[in-house]
Design a protein around this ligand. Sequence first.
Ligand code: SF4
Length: 132
Amino acid sequence: MCMVTLSDVWQTHQNNGVKMTYGHTDKDQSWAAKALCATESPDALFVQGAAQRQVRSRCLACPVRLECLADALQSEANFGVWGGLTERERRAMLRYYTTVTDWREWIMDSDDPLAEELRTPKIPRVLARTRR
Ligand code: SF4
C-alpha cells in the first residue's frame, strides 16, 4: 500500500518552489503561486488512470501550465496530473527525449513538433509523437 497521501503530494505541488529540486539548476519556481489548481481540492488532480485524462483539460486554462509541466518533467514527478499531462504521457516523454537536460528551455524554445504542440492550448498528442 502506498504511504504517500494525496495531501502529501499536494503539499509538494503547492510548495514547489521550496521543496522540489530542479536538477542542477536554480530555476525560478514562483509560478506555483499562480497555479489554477491552488484553490481547488487536491483530490481533483491526483486521480489515477483514465480519470487523469478528464481532469487535465482544466490545466489548459492555467496560466502556468508550461512551467508546471517543465518542473514535473525535471523532477520526474510520477503521480497525478501536472501541466495537463498524465503520468503515462510524462513517462513517455522522459523515455523518448533522453537528451533533454533542461525541460523548461525545451518546452519554451524547442522547434520539436511536440514542444510546439505543447505551447498551444490544446490537448497534445504525446503518446503518438513519442512512439518509436
Ligand atoms: S497546469 Fe494543471 S496541475 Fe499545473 S498548476 Fe496548472 S492547474 Fe495545476
